[in-house]
Design a protein around this ligand. Structure first.
Ligand code: SF4
Ligand code: SF4
Length: 87
């Protein structure tokens, strides 16, 4: 087994710590779709496809609105929207 100098060992430990912190940041990042109010027809397709465990979309004055807290970023609402309102 190779014996590392103290300086090199500290450098490697710091690099590993930085990597694990950035990995946590990447997994924690959540991309919530955006709904264009002017394009939304209020058809409700996105509401029906939003997974029950998230149940993140509601109609407000006839327009879909996403709750960014409960959204799990599955992107199903983007794929189902035939008006190009959800991106
Ligand atoms: S599927 Fe699209 S058009 Fe229909 S309510 Fe959702 S965002 Fe609006
Ligand atoms: S990304 Fe998924 S969880 Fe979030 S609002 Fe759209 S369908 Fe619901």
């Amino acid at each position: 087994m190779k014996i590392l100098s103290f300086k090199k060992a500290v450098y490697i430990a710091l690099a590993a710590a930085a990597l694990s912190v950035s990995a946590v940041a990447v997994t924690a990042a959540k991309v919530v779709p955006h709904i264009s109010e002017s394009r939304c027809s209020g058809c409700g397709d996105c509401i029906r496809i939003c997974p029950p465990k998230a149940n993140s979309i509601t109609l407000v004055h006839g327009k879909a609105v996403i709750d960014p807290v409960t959204c799990i970023s599955c992107r199903k609402c983007i794929y189902v929207c035939s008006y190009g309102a959800c991106k």
